[in-house]
Design a protein around this ligand. Sequence first.
Ligand SMILES: Cc1cc2nc3c(=O)[nH]c(=O)nc-3n(C[C@H](O)[C@H](O)[C@H](O)COP(=O)(O)OP(=O)(O)OC[C@H]3O[C@@H](n4cnc5c(N)ncnc54)[C@H](O)[C@@H]3O)c2cc1C
Length: 375
Amino acid sequence: MAHPSNALIIGGGIAGLSAAIALSRVGVRCDVVELADEAPPGASVSISGRAAEALDELGVYAECYANGTPFTDSSSLTQMDSAGHVTSAGPGLPQWPGAKTAIGIYRPVLLRILADAARGLGVTIRSGVTLVSADERADGSLVTTSDGEQQCYDLVVGADGIGSTTRSDLFPDAPGPTYSGQISLRWMAPGPPVADQGWYHGPVGRLGFYSLPQDLVYLPAVVDAPDRTHLTDDDVHALFTELLDSYTAPAVVELRRRLTPDAEVICRPFDWILVPDRWHRGRTILIGDAAHATTAHLGQGAGMALEDAVVLAQCVSTSATLSEAFEAFMTRRYDRVRTVVETSVALSRLEQEGSAPRENVAVIQTALQTLAQPY
Ligand SMILES: Cc1cc2nc3c(=O)[nH]c(=O)nc-3n(C[C@H](O)[C@H](O)[C@H](O)COP(=O)(O)OP(=O)(O)OC[C@H]3O[C@@H](n4cnc5c(N)ncnc54)[C@H](O)[C@@H]3O)c2cc1C
């Protein structure tokens, strides 16, 4: 299998669009198929130092920075109780030599920037479309998509998220995602910034917040829920209201004041998966959440997706064959991603066992020292 000239990317999320940009920049013509007709409601996403560097390699960091919130101090790791008293000050941020400033960015804005950049490089993005079949042949993978198109591709990238059907097609015997025992509640509160950023710990769950330039405050929360049950929108709103009501910290009281009955609170169970060893078979490779999804305790899942995309293109452009490129990719990605998944899951477990917040911060700091290394 020689250097690929074209690629089909399944999934138009952060991993898929980034891969389309990175591969296009090394001369691979890319088509993206995205199942959703339109983007679902999103929240903010934090992009750490190294992942910000990946955004820079994709040529979109400056635009993301201009539309996001830079994280320039360590207050985001300050721990507070439900009344807002500091229980442990934020430790110094780890050094990420040569890396860009970390940012928080509203996911729909990030996806729009990535999609515009991809289209500018000649990438086609077909929404409401998925893979129907892929037939591996000597000269490529003959792919049929749900819009009736049929084309032969040198490379197929499965970037279709935690519920990836590319993954279940490639590795039918592999176990599916595991539930962590916690759920995430996220809300984009309208209005100006709120002071006293950090993580607050209360009887119902923990929460944090930061402001975005779009006159929004991003408020993520984590709640223990041992059984993986479906919550209706009304259940989610009631739980979120109960969570905010359990705080007397002035910052949270201010945010609670902004919560209206029709506010859209996004609820997601924290599931995780790490495909062992190899994420590829034949001409197809998995990247992003399709290969490794995690809880958000390190806030690094999207960062790993961005890094995957950049590294895949580097490996493709410097390897003589596709199989060599895949081997080189696995060597560079597996241990780094495993650190993120295993640490995040361990943090989730520690929280459920009632560990002190400062113990968790120490675990986070150790992992971040590892992740500070270049990808
Ligand atoms: C609550 C929560 C908070 C998080 N916060 C952060 C954070 O602050 N920082 C961070 O770095 N990470 C964070 N993450 C992780 C981050 O959201 C994911 O790691 C990231 O979105 C992975 O990107 P992806 O493109 O691989 O997958 P996805 O974002 O899931 O995108 C996959 C895309 O593929 C499409 N698709 C699915 N199936 C098909 C199909 N069959 N055919 C075609 N298209 C398909 C989907 O519609 C979707 O657009 C968080 C995760 C959660 C759950």
